[in-house]
Ligand binder design. Structure first.
Ligand code: FAD
Length: 319
């Protein structure tokens, strides 16, 4: 077993997902405790160029046509072989659709322990994880011999995992990938909605705390007064109060506005996955222990039904 910390780099259509940089920053922290190196693991086809922004001691790169686009089977086969050959001390994955899929499969296949929804590490190889949708923080020792970990945003900044200098690349050979049961036939762009919230700089986002459909109007008025757009958490969209094009999170859009005003949103990992990298997050939530406050820069426990009309008034006066 080595003391190295491996990180699976997630990328889509030539862009590295922010969670990859966050994990590299986390890996640096835990590597201080183990005394090992930080190794970025990049899978793709002609994708070496993506390695240059990764803050890692080295990049292990596998190049294969079957790895050009993500499929769980090809990733699992490749990473299982890599883990068996190199025995890292820990392997970090995003707590994302891709990461949770691959890490869960590898845990079962290789009989390795899996730590889920990790936010942070301490330098003595302890992890801090969110459980029950972020309502409880659990601390534990990183299990041996090789711990698989899925990570949520919140504990580290993207910039901490970005390189000033391109890291060294070492290639490795994937296993035979010619009889996969699942292959990607076509990439279908999601249908553009009325507004592309992923491109907006100011979002007023509503959650279940808005309570009834009629109150959505209140949020729309505030957004109009602030020059913002309205987005939402899943319960609001599931109830048909706003269209799916406005959904933020794991099953919706990943947004990164300058300001994200979260009204009555608890901050479940599936929601934070889509907005955790906003420049400034402001949370309005009557529950002082709501996990949204873990990622918010500013927050208040004032009832949103009182705050929103008052704020709209102020914004109109200031305009
Ligand atoms: C596979 C999967 C995918 C998912 N994908 C997504 C996704 O893409 N996006 C997403 O958002 N969720 C997603 N979810 C659901 C997610 O787990 C949460 O259930 C959801 O985010 C909770 O939404 P919420 O914060 O609006 O509601 P709740 O968790 O019910 O929180 C409501 C909050 O409002 C506060 N509140 C209540 N009244 C007031 C008031 N008057 N003033 C101020 N605050 C108030 C409460 O304190 C509470 O914290 C997914 C779940 C799964 C399993």
């Amino acid at each position: 077993m080595t003391q190295d910390i491996f990180v699976l780099i997630e990328h889509l259509r030539g862009t590295i997902a922010d969670i990859s940089y966050i994990m590299l920053a986390a890996a640096r922290e835990v590597a201080k405790g183990t005394g090992g190196n930080v190794t970025a693991v990049l899978l793709g086809k002609d994708a070496q160029g993506l390695a240059r922004t990764l803050s890692a001691d080295r990049v292990l790169y596998a190049d294969h046509p079957a790895l050009a686009e993500f499929t769980s089977e090809a990733y699992q086969l490749t990473l299982a072989k890599l883990i068996e050959e190199r025995s890292p001390r820990a392997f970090l994955f995003g707590h994302t659709t891709i990461g949770a899929d691959v890490a869960g499969g590898l845990s079962a296949k290789l009989n390795l322990p899996l730590v889920s929804s990790c936010v942070k590490f301490t330098s003595d190889t302890k992890f801090v994880s969110q459980i029950c949708g972020g309502k409880i923080m659990a601390e534990g020792d990183l299990p041996s011999p090789t711990a698989l970990v899925t990570m949520v945003p919140g504990g580290y900044k993207v910039e901490q995992g970005q390189a000033v200098q391109a890291p060294a690349i070492e290639t490795f050979t994937p296993p035979a990938l010619d009889s996969l049961r699942v292959t990607l036939k076509k990439y279908i762009e999601p249908e553009a909605g009325d507004v592309d919230i992923a491109k907006e700089q100011f979002l007023v986002s509503v959650g279940r705390g808005i309570q009834i459909k009629d109150n959505i109007e209140m949020a729309k008025e505030l957004a109009a007064a602030l020059g913002a757009q309205v987005s939402a958490s899943r319960p609001v969209v599931d109830q048909g109060w706003l269209p799916t094009s406005r959904l933020v999170g794991k099953s919706g859009k990943r947004v990164k506005p300058k300001v994200y005003l979260a009204l009555g949103i608890s901050g479940a990992p599936e929601h934070v996955e889509g907005m955790g990298e906003s420049d400034v997050i402001i949370a309005v939530n009557t529950d002082p222990n709501a996990p949204i406050f873990n990622v918010a820069k500013y927050g208040t426990t004032i009832d949103l039904l009182e705050l929103v009309p008052a704020l709209t008034e102020k914004a109109k006066q200031a305009a």
